[in-house]
Ligand binder design. Structure first.
Ligand SMILES: *Cc1c(COP(=O)(O)O)cnc(C)c1O
Length: 363
């Protein structure tokens, strides 16, 4: 424990220590089972219990409506960029609306364009992706197959505070980097997805929560592994799922329910953590410059620059010496990024804030 640093990595990212400890404790043998989860059949009774608990934890936390299905898939969030468009854009003759607020949205659009017409109904390029749009800025297509947006752009650090309103058109959301960070009402969404490695578990699992009406629209001639309906009918066990990742997701859900006390409380803590950094940035007299506009700021990925790249290098080196690690901004944006997901303790953020204060005074 003592040699753990404060890890501000954007992903794979910090996990709750109690989760790692429980996984470690049970690595050789699940209690009463006599074998590791790593060695267990995905069709064994004990793995069935694990995946069912993982699902029921998520259903409780996210208030998932009865009719929505919870799927544990592979290929990461990036595979969903293609899978969504193959299922719901290809051959429809309709356009799909995409709200473009940063790097991940751009990648989603790239794949969707292979399958049909894409309307980028808002593009934050003008402001170098430093904000999300207001509702009245969205040029929604009345006949869109779906509307896709990225609730939190991990690289730029901009986050929607509420869902865009899209009427009867299915709302599809890449929530990879802010899922489970706050309460959501899943009935608003037809499809919500995310890679697990930011806020839910290790890499290798993607969570997809999908409505009945979208399941009914899966085209009949589709490869099995792309077929949401088939995957749902088989309870994510059509082929071998990423069992260890699902096990860790189950533990993360349990941690959120039992140790944190649910997403209302998690959200309160997340706002407090992010507030510490944004307040310091705002009060720094321009020494630290936040990338995102205040009303679009992310609670998960805080992004800022210093006056020069040299100063940023010095900042990163001194931070690292204090055990404040993985703070370098994404190569496409530069600057500094602190990813402060659910599992980053308040003490880690306080330590970063204190360091930033000291660094500013000494430079
Ligand atoms: C990390 C991330 C992705 C990509 O996830 P993979 O699992 O690596 O494909 C997509 N969208 C967002 C918002 C992300 O943060």
């Amino acid at each position: 424990m003592t040699d753990r640093v404060y890890n501000f990595s954007a992903g794979p990212a910090v996990l709750p220590v109690p989760v790692l400890e429980e996984a470690q404790k049970n690595l050789l043998s699940l209690p009463g089972v006599g074998m590791s989860v790593l060695e267990s059949s995905h069709r064994s009774p004990h793995f069935t219990e694990i995946i069912e608990t993982a699902e029921s934890n998520l259903r409780k936390l996210l208030k998932v409506p009865e009719g929505h299905r919870v799927l544990f898939l592979q290929g990461g969030a990036s595979f969903q960029f293609s899978m969504i468009a193959i299922n719901y854009l290809r051959g429809t003759g309709k356009p799909a609306d995409y709200i473009l607020t940063g790097s991940w949205g751009k990648k989603a659009i790239k794949e969707a364009k292979r399958e049909g017409e894409v309307n980028t109904i808002w593009d934050g390029a003008d402001g170098n992706y430093n904000r999300v749009p207001k509702q009245e800025e969205l040029n929604l297509s009345p006949d869109a197959a779906y509307v896709h947006y990225t609730s939190n752009e991990t690289i730029q650090g901009v986050e929607f505070s509420t869902e865009p309103e899209v009427g009867e058109v299915p709302l599809v959301c890449d929530a990879s980097s802010d899922i489970l960070s706050r309460p959501l009402d899943l009935s608003t969404y037809d499809l919500l997805y995310g890679g697990a490695q930011k806020n839910m578990g290790p890499s290798g699992v993607a969570l997809v929560i999908i409505s009945e009406r979208l399941l009914d629209r899966v085209p009949t001639e589709i490869h099995s592994m792309l077929d949401y309906r088939l995957l749902a009918e088989n309870h994510s066990l059509y082929n071998t799922p990423p069992t260890f990742g699902i096990y860790l997701m189950m533990l993360v859900g349990k941690w959120l329910l039992e140790e944190i006390g649910g997403l209302e409380e998690m959200y309160r803590i997340n706002q407090q953590k992010a507030g510490l950094l944004y307040d310091l940035i705002d009060g720094s007299g321009g020494f630290y410059r936040g990338h995102a506009e205040p009303e679009s700021r992310s609670n998960m990925n805080v992004t800022w620059t210093l006056q020069s790249e040299d100063l940023e290098k010095e900042f990163l080196a001194e931070a690292k010496n204090l055990g404040l690690c993985e703070l370098k901004g994404h190569r496409s944006v530069g600057g500094i990024r602190a990813s402060i997901y659910n599992a980053m303790p308040l003490e880690g953020v306080t330590a970063l804030r204190d360091f930033m204060e000291t660094f500013k005074k000494s430079h």
